[in-house]
Ligand binder design. Structure first.
Ligand SMILES: *Cc1c(COP(=O)(O)O)cnc(C)c1O
Length: 364
C-alpha cells in the first residue's frame, strides 16, 4: 500500500457539487475581486470565531505582516515569538524591520508561557503566539503577561481554525487573529487566501485600507498600502468549506485519536493535549530519537512523511544576520531533530491508517 503524506482531492470530492455551484456562481457574476462573496465570507468567518470583524486578505503571511504594521511596530521594536514556529510567523515580524525575540516551546510544542517574561524588555511591543500543529497555546498566562506589560498579543492561527483554549476560540485572545487558508490548512481554499479577525474597529479599518493600496475611497490613498485582496472565487469556495469545517475538524480528531490509541511503540512519542486546550490536528506529529532512520524506514514501506520543521528560524540561512548559533535554543533544536508528521488527511481510511500503524509498531 502506498500512503501519501497529504491528499487534497478527497475533501473536494466530498462536497464537489457545492464547490462547483459556488465556482459557477462567481464565474457568471461578472465580479471577481472584493465583492459580495468576500463580504459574506468575512461575516460568516467573524461569526464562526466569535469576533466582530474579519478582513479577507491574500495570504496568512500578509495577515501577520499587516497586523504587525497596523500596530505601528517597526524598526528597533521587539516581538516575542516561539522559536520552533514556521518561518512565516517570523517573517511577519522581520518584514516590518522589527526584531524577533525567540522563546522556547513547551512539551505541547507551543510557546512556553513560563519563559516569556524573562524575554520582555522595554522595546517589546507584542507577543506573537502560534497555535502550532492545531493545538491551542496556553492562553491564560500569556494574556495575563501581555496585560501586565501593556503589550499586544497577535495570534498566528494558520494551523488552528476552530481550535479552542478553555472553550474560547483561537484568534480571539489578542488584538488580531491571523489566518491562512492555504490549501493544506484545515480551512483551506483552492489557492492562496488569508484573513484577520478582531474586535477592534479601528484596527479592522486600517487593515481593510492597507489591503487595497491604503485607500478607503478609490484613489484617495491615506496610507501606504499593499495589494492583499481576497478574490471572489476563493471566498465563495471558502464559504462552502467553512460550512463543513466542524465536521472536517471532527474527522481529523477521530483520525488522531485512532493513531493515539493504536500506535504502541516505546520509541515513538505521541502528541499530548494540554489541560483546557484542544487540537484540530493540523498535523499529527510524533517524536523519535533516530528520526531520520524512522523516516527512511517508512519511506521504504511506501509511507510518506514530512518534517515540520527541519530548520528552526533562528538557524535559517535568511536570519544569519541575527547572529544565532546552534545550541542557543536546545529544546527547539532537539524538536527539529526528532519531529515527524504522520500522514493525516480528510478521507483517510482505517485501512490506510492501519497500514501506517502496523509499520510503526513493527519499527525497532
Ligand atoms: C501556513 C502558515 C503561515 C503562512 O500562511 P500562507 O497563507 O502560506 O502565507 C503562517 N504561519 C503558520 C504557522 C503557517 O502554518
Amino acid at each position: 500500500m502506498q500512503i501519501k503524506c497529504n491528499v487534497l482531492d478527497r475533501q473536494f470530492q466530498m462536497y464537489q457539487a457545492e464547490y462547483e455551484e459556488a465556482a459557477l456562481r462567481v464565474l457568471r457574476s461578472g465580479w471577481y475581486v472584493l465583492g459580495n462573496e468576500v463580504r459574506q465570507f468575512e461575516e460568516e468567518f467573524a461569526q464562526y470565531t466569535g469576533r466582530t470583524y474579519c478582513v479577507g486578505l491574500n495570504s496568512g503571511l500578509d495577515a501577520l505582516i499587516l497586523s504587525v504594521r497596523a500596530l505601528g511596530i517597526g524598526r528597533g521594536d521587539e516581538v516575542i515569538v516561539q522559536a520552533n514556529t514556521y518561518i512565516a510567523t517570523v517573517l511577519g515580524i522581520t518584514e516590518n524591520d522589527a526584531i524577533p525575540v525567540f522563546v522556547e516551546p513547551d512539551e505541547y510544542y507551543n510557546i512556553n508561557a513560563d519563559r516569556i517574561e524573562q524575554a520582555i524588555t522595554d522595546r517589546t511591543k507584542a507577543i506573537m503566539v502560534t497555535h502550532l500543529y492545531g493545538q491551542a497555546s496556553n492562553m491564560a498566562p500569556i494574556v495575563q503577561i501581555a496585560q501586565k506589560h501593556q503589550i499586544a498579543v497577535i495570534e498566528d492561527c494558520a494551523q488552528s481554525h476552530g481550535a479552542c483554549f478553555d472553550g474560547k476560540m483561537t484568534g480571539t485572545f489578542g488584538i488580531s487573529g491571523c489566518f491562512s487558508f492555504y490549501p493544506t490548512k484545515n480551512l483551506g481554499a483552492f489557492g492562496d487566501a488569508g484573513a484577520i479577525v478582531t474586535d477592534d474597529e479601528a484596527f479592522a479599518d486600517k487593515i481593510r485600507m492597507m489591503r487595497n493600496y491604503g485607500s478607503k475611497v478609490k484613489y484617495h490613498n491615506e496610507i501606504e498600502g499593499v495589494n492583499s485582496r481576497l478574490d471572489e472565487m476563493q471566498a465563495a469556495l471558502l464559504r462552502v468549506k467553512l460550512s463543513h469545517l466542524n465536521e472536517l475538524n471532527q474527522e481529523r480528531k477521530n483520525l488522531a485519536e485512532y493513531y493515539t490509541n493504536k500506535i504502541q511503540n516505546p520509541d515513538i512519542i505521541k502528541p499530548q493535549l494540554r489541560n483546557k486546550a484542544d487540537s484540530i490536528y493540523h498535523q499529527y506529529v510524533v517524536r523519535c530519537s533516530e528520526r531520520d532512520r524512522l523516516l527512511e524506514y517508512l519511506k521504504k514501506n511506501d509511507i510518506q512523511t514530512q518534517i515540520h520543521y527541519p530548520i528552526p528560524p533562528h538557524l535559517a540561512e535568511c536570519y544569519k544576520y541575527l547572529g544565532y548559533r546552534r545550541g542557543e535554543y536546545p529544546v527547539t533544536e532537539q524538536y527539529a531533530d526528532s519531529m515527524l508528521s504522520l500522514p493525516l488527511y480528510t478521507g483517510m481510511t482505517h485501512a490506510e491508517q492501519d497500514y501506517v500503524i502496523e509499520k510503526l509498531n513493527a519499527y525497532k
